[in-house]
Write a protein that binds this ligand. Structure first.
Ligand code: HXC
Length: 255
């Protein structure tokens, strides 16, 4: 890939956004590469979780403004850049975002499309699209509102003003705030922990939590119950519960 650096270590697929000259502005090529890499890790048996990170100054400063500036509505509709973004949501393994510096516009939306967010103390989260004469388009009005509530989301989306990592943590947008020096290490530790979990249960649990934000309570509870019952058809469920009763560590096989 041209705009990513990719590696695998100890069950974790690591993806680093790399377009530092423009603060990791997400052009279509970069998003396509990212989606392909996420899907390829999703298929790879040796990978249990994914770590997504950016650079020291920016996780990503948004969609590439230069690329969109001249587009007409008809062109945007037919190019449909968000079709690629929708594929991120369907990645079944958990994705941990490690956010350093700016996560703005599409960058904030990308972080929110991940399952856990770790941020450095200097990280900033915002939806500045309003000041470009547009609005968030890759989930910013929906995911942000569900994460931080209406009051906060409305203010962020209408004013375009970013919030600090500390504020994002207090609002429930992110999981951890850590010093920049240990961000990668802490996020990787979490990704490794997730990679050690029983793979089938992990995927279904992720999906069920996602559904909570997507559908109403009754349908969500129903969906959750069905997945729970289904897990009793896996060997990992038998092993996990057996090991608990025998006071030993379980050995999960993804079966
Ligand atoms: C294209 C970008 C960019 C972006 C930064 N750059 N963000 N290029 N698209 N989103 C480029 C700058 O033009 C500049 O290029 C270089 O990166 C460094 O940026 P500076 O502005 O010089 O840095 P700084 O003064 O430190 O300011 C950092 C910043 C600012 C506050 C993050 O760059 C900024 O406001 N960026 C735009 C943020 C934004 O509006 N994002 C929303 C995009 S719309 P040169 O060549 O001059 O060095 C969006 C829609 C979502 O995301 C839809 C999803 C598909």
């Amino acid at each position: 890939p041209e705009f990513l650096r990719v590696s695998t270590e100890k069950g974790v697929g690591r993806i680093e956004l790399r377009r530092p000259k423009v603060l990791n502005a997400l052009n279509r090529r970069m998003v396509a590469e990212l989606v392909e890499m996420l899907e390829s890790f999703d298929r790879e048996d040796t990978v249990g979780a994914i770590l997504l990170t950016g650079g020291p100054k920016a996780f990503a400063a948004g969609a590439d403004i230069d690329e969109m500036a001249g587009a007409t509505a008809a062109e945007m509709l037919t190019m449909d850049p968000f079709a690629d973004w929708d594929r991120i949501r369907r990645v079944s393994k958990p994705i941990v975002a490690a956010v350093n510096g700016y996560a703005l516009g599409g960058g904030c939306e990308l972080a929110m499309a991940c399952d856990l967010i770790f941020a450095s103390e200097t990280a900033r989260f915002g939806q500045p699209e309003i000041d470009l004469g547009v609005m968030p388009g890759a989930g910013g009005t929906q995911r942000l509102t569900r994460a931080v509530g209406k009051a906060r989301a409305m203010e962020m989306v209408l004013t375009g003003k970013p919030i600090t990592a500390k504020e994002a943590y207090a609002a429930g947008l992110i999981n951890r705030v850590v010093p920049a020096e240990v961000l990668e290490e802490e996020a990787m530790k979490m990704a490794r922990e997730l990679a050690s979990k029983p793979p089938v249960a992990l995927r279904l649990a992720k999906r069920a939590v996602q559904r909570a934000a997507e559908i109403g309570l009754e349908a969500g509870l129903d969906y959750e119950q069905k997945l729970f019952y289904f897990l009793f058809s896996t060997e990992d469920q038998k092993e996990g519960m057996q090991a608990f009763m025998e006071k030993r560590r379980p050995e999960f096989r993804g079966k």
